[in-house]
Design a protein around this ligand. Structure first.
Ligand code: SF4
Length: 325
């Protein structure tokens, strides 16, 4: 039974892909929870399984190569992995929406912004009168900070900037008033000033709508700005999970410590070199026995190569998967 405040619970999820060189597990036995109104960050290097986790939640894995091998994903009290496709379709977009990294490819270049937004209202609220759909679309564009929304409705995606396109995508994702918004690297393709405007917008919209957000990024600095809690992923596994403040104050996993040491800080002396995590993420085809971080870990011990460490509680809501604890 889920606690009432838990909106989404991922339990022992295993997702794999068949490739020319055999089957690989992109996500291997991960668990985490998302509470109502929470902004949860999932952070890690590219290929760590964070986007595959999002696609697994929405059951949008590329077919036929991607499959969920095992695990459960509860949305409220329903295991959505067991829902028939039509029921899942109504949850997707309706209760759980997603925005992607590259706004140009996510929008249809041959339709106006207004048409694309109105279509979502038609789909989710089939009985809504046309005039109301138009008014709500304009209002939504205004809400996400698009100036002169009436005339923007008639423009095509290529006529507006990358930052505006990402705002349009956020408006589209919000049209169905979802309970959960999954944002996969939504600011990566944007320049730094626009990035911070979009982050501010997401925080503001979360406060106004009360929705929960899963924010996926490779940048721990972005997590600090926007998230309440964070899941650090490495090579398909959860390395550490904690409230953001706790993670920044007392990181436990050597990988998290390495990520934190690589963030530029204002108070650091100007000539101080940023630290980098030496070595490479292991290939999913050749994962080592034991801890997946062992080839890069400054604290590796003999036990680390025997079997994978399991996630242990080190403080309230702070879990780490490492033999040091
Ligand atoms: Fe390093 Fe061992 Fe901890 Fe892995 S389990 S992070 S190798 S100390």
């Amino acid at each position: 039974m889920l606690k009432d405040s838990i909106l989404l619970k991922v339990e022992n999820l295993v997702t794999s892909f068949s490739t020319e060189n055999g089957r690989i597990r992109a996500v291997d036995d991960i668990s985490f929870e998302l509470r109502e109104k929470q902004i949860l960050g999932i952070v890690g290097e590219s290929g760590c399984g964070k986007s595959v986790t999002a696609l697994s939640i929405l059951r949008l894995l590329p077919k036929p190569s991607g499959i969920i091998e095992s695990g459960k994903i509860f949305f409220k009290h329903t295991d959505i992995l067991r829902l028939p496709p039509e029921k899942m379709h109504s949850i997707r977009g309706n209760r759980i929406s997603m925005i992607f990294q590259e706004p140009m490819t996510a929008l249809n270049p041959v339709h106006t912004i207004g048409k694309q937004l109105e279509e979502i209202f038609h789909l989710h609220f089939p009985n809504m009168p046309k005039k109301q759909i138009r008014d709500e679309s304009v209002e939504l564009l205004q809400k996400v900070g698009i100036p002169d929304p009436e005339s923007r409705m008639n423009e095509y995606p290529h006529q507006i900037s990358g930052g505006m396109r990402q705002r349009v995508l956020i408006a589209i994702a919000l049209a169905a008033k979802p309970d959960i918004l999954i944002a996969d690297e939504p600011t990566t393709a944007l320049d730094v000033t626009i990035q911070s405007q979009i982050l501010d917008l997401m925080i503001q919209l979360q406060k106004e709508t009360g929705m929960a957000i899963i924010f996926i990024t490779h940048a721990l600095g972005v997590i600090a700005e926007i998230c309440d809690d964070v899941v650090v992923m490495y090579a398909g596994k959860v390395a550490e999970t904690a409230p953001v403040k706790q993670l920044f104050k007392e990181p436990k996993h050597p990988y998290t410590k390495g990520l934190l040491a690589s963030i530029p800080r204002l108070e650091s002396p100007r000539k101080k070199k940023l630290s980098i995590i030496k070595g490479m993420v292991p290939s999913l085809y050749e994962l080592p026995q034991g801890c997946r971080f062992q080839n890069r870990c400054p604290d590796a011990m003999e036990i680390c190569s025997t079997r994978p460490p399991s996630l242990k509680r080190v403080a309230d809501d702070h879990f780490v998967s490492c033999y040091l604890y």
